[in-house]
Design a protein. Structure first.
Length: 94
């Protein structure tokens, strides 16, 4: 039996910066789930964005991103705890 593809989306959103990145990642995640993938969100944001992702049925791990886009602590912490085999997708504003 083949193990499903596992994709972790690292992004941020909320009332101060908007929900665009999160919504686009959710659309991708929904399409991937329809094809059998497991999807998780590594998310920095406010309670509104957490509720949006959870209400859509996705797993969520709250992280804190620094202003520096090269800061990968949240993903590194996730990778250290997660099973191997997760694909990590990053969505940030530039």
């Amino acid at each position: 039996m083949t193990r499903p593809v596992q994709v972790a989306f690292r992004t941020s959103g909320g009332s101060d910066i908007g929900f665009g990145h999160v919504r686009r990642c959710m659309s991708l995640a929904m399409s991937l789930q329809e094809k059998g993938a497991d999807c998780l969100f590594l998310l920095d944001g406010d309670p509104e964005v957490f509720e949006l992702v959870l209400a859509s049925g996705f797993q969520l791990s709250k992280i804190h991103l620094a202003d520096d886009l090269l800061d990968t602590r949240g993903v590194s912490n996730f990778s250290a705890r997660a099973r191997s085999g997760w694909i990590q997708a990053l969505s940030t504003r530039q």
